[in-house]
Design a protein around this ligand. Structure first.
Ligand SMILES: Nc1nc2c([nH]c(=O)n2[C@H]2C[C@H](O)[C@@H](COP(=O)(O)OP(=O)(O)OP(=O)(O)O)O2)c(=O)[nH]1
Length: 135
């Protein structure tokens, strides 16, 4: 539980790298955080590790396989009705063709363009840390 009894939701997201590009997904207009950009991932389920969660969510949502590499700094962000702990991992792309199951669009983006997207608010510090690390 977080502040004033608001639960904290753990969400694991992947910064999926392939040949100098990173995979971004845009949330659909009927999802929470509509039309904002994010690193794909999802809510941690009971009994699974963060890496298992990431591999499962990305296969379910995008139909590609990935390998989690490095855990970056988790971000605690307060949305109006819940608190999210966003746990980012850099990942390598392993295989498969992107097929969108939930998102409205995706892009493979070069590092220098990451700042140009309208991000979910919780992702802003993640993008900053990732760029500081040199991608
Ligand atoms: N997957 C992902 N979610 C993010 C990121 N940044 C961020 O604020 N979020 C938020 C959006 C959602 O509220 C939540 C992730 O849950 P989800 O992807 O399972 O979304 P959902 O639509 O099923 O959630 P909900 O509306 O049912 O609550 O975390 C991010 O980079 N990746």
């Amino acid at each position: 539980m977080g502040e004033a009894g608001i639960p904290t939701t753990k969400v694991v997201c992947g910064i999926i790298e392939r040949d100098g590009y990173v995979l971004l997904t845009q949330r659909s207009k009927n999802m929470s955080q509509p039309l904002l950009w994010e690193f794909p991932g999802g809510k941690l389920e009971a009994g699974e590790s963060e890496a298992e969660c990431l591999e499962r969510e990305i296969l379910e949502e995008l139909n590609i396989s990935i390998l989690p590499l490095q855990r970056l700094t988790p971000v605690l962000h307060k949305y109006p009705d819940f608190i999210i702990e966003l746990i980012p991992y850099t990942c390598s792309y392993q295989g498969g063709t992107v097929c969108l199951m939930e998102h409205t669009s995706y892009e493979w983006v070069p590092l220098q363009d990451l700042k140009d997207y309208e991000w979910c608010p919780a992702d802003v510090p993640v993008v900053e840390e990732y760029l500081q690390l040199g991608g």
